[in-house]
Design a protein around this ligand. Structure first.
Ligand code: NAP
Length: 344
């Protein structure tokens, strides 16, 4: 039996993938060795950093594209893992993959068994996984929000942004989102409880953002950079804190510049304390503490979480492009096999 996978077919073009960027390949299904399990992918998590990996040459051509995944175990030679178990793993853009000893993965993406009774299995690559920890680490640990602060979050309806803004609300901040269009903004205010949300594509974006932040900005959770950052910059208060979580507006820059350094220097020149965020640095120490706070918030509905789920393995590259250009609405995933935990 074979497994299909998507691979980089050529050097990634700027700014975003085109029709020939990815190629669909097939390979024989691997057999698990000692300490390994064979798993069938159910959800593939699509994240902006994956494009950064490709553009910076971290990921070579020919191998399955990297991604965090939720999968079901087919065959296991790992103690305590049996066929039928659901797991978080890193199968990438592949229908099947191995987890366990000797399987290459980023050190902090640690495979683990999932308990479907504790939440949707797809949340393991989202609000109850590294994505949620990203929001928590950037907002709570790096920006230390105080009640009454004005906190601004860009890409506010996206995977990280929606969680970061809701945490800021729960910490007592006035929360202002920035999103790509009116429908996203309405959702962010009406469903997620932000105090305001401004469309970055509005012709009066700068005036509207200023009006939504009458006391200036104390905390800024940066996901995008570019013209959005230019608009936020004059509104910072002295002593403001900013986390650079990501700068998606620059992921297609050609040549790729060190946009983080530029953004950081410009904010620091206005007296802002700036922290770079790399979630991997928080996993070992903070994952359990984060989950203890986040899981009850999600279970009680205090934190809502929107997913943007595309169906079908062949649609991964299209969904990836949608996310990079803001056509997604929520955390982007592709369901590549049926999720047996969902009601029929
Ligand atoms: N530091 C870390 O460890 C870490 C970990 C995870 C994610 N991240 C970063 O967090 C950010 C958000 O990631 P995510 O997974 O949650 O993705 P996402 O927000 O679900 O999707 C990306 C969003 O970025 C916005 N966008 C796209 N192009 C843009 C542009 N040119 N200018 C302004 N906005 C643009 C779009 O939202 P709108 O159209 O609504 O604006 C789009 O929906 C990314 O920068 C990512 O790299 C960092």
């Amino acid at each position: 039996m074979n497994t299909r996978y998507w691979t980089l077919a050529k050097r990634p073009p700027p700014p975003w993938p085109d029709d020939g960027t990815f190629a669909l390949k097939e390979a024989p299904l691997p057999s698990p060795g000692p300490g390994q399990a064979l798993t069938r992918t159910i959800y593939v998590s699509l994240d902006p950093y994956q494009w950064g990996y490709k553009r910076r040459g971290v990921e070579p051509e020919g191998v399955p594209c990297h991604a965090r995944t939720v999968a079901q175990v087919v065959e296991s030679r790992i103690d305590g893992i049996v066929p039928g178990d659901f797991v978080f793993c890193t199968n990438g853009w592949a229908e099947y993959g191995l987890m366990g000893e000797g399987v290459a993965r980023p050190s902090y993406m640690i495979p683990r068994k999932l308990d479907p009774a504790q939440g949707r299995i797809s949340h393991a690559v989202g609000v109850l996984g590294m994505l949620g920890l990203t929001a928590y680490a950037g907002l709570v640990l790096q920006c230390e929000p105080k009640p009454g602060d004005t906190a601004v979050v860009s890409a506010a309806s996206g995977g990280v942004g929606q969680i970061a803004g809701q945490i800021a609300r729960l910490k007592g901040c006035r929360v202002v989102g920035i999103a790509g269009h009116e429908e996203k903004c309405r959702y962010v205010v009406e469903q997620l409880g932000f105090d305001a949300c401004i469309s970055r594509t509005s012709p009066t974006f700068a005036e509207e953002l200023k009006a939504a932040c009458p006391n200036g900005i104390d905390v800024y959770f940066e996901n995008v950079g570019g013209p959005v950052f230019d608009t936020v910059l004059p509104l910072f208060n002295q002593g403001a804190r900013m986390t650079i979580c990501g700068l998606i507006a620059h992921y297609g820059d050609d040549p790729a510049e060190d946009a983080r350094a530029v953004v950081r220097a410009r904010a620091e020149a206005r007296g802002v304390t700036v922290r770079n965020l790399s979630v991997g640095e928080y996993v070992a120490e903070w994952h359990d503490a984060f989950l203890a706070e986040m899981a009850p918030w999600v279970a009680s509905g205090e934190v809502r979480y929107r997913e943007y789920i595309r169906e079908g393995f062949e649609n991964i590259p299209a969904a990836f492009s949608e996310m990079l250009t803001g056509e997604n609405f929520g955390k982007t995933l592709v369901r590549v096999a049926p999720d047996p935990t969902l009601p029929a």
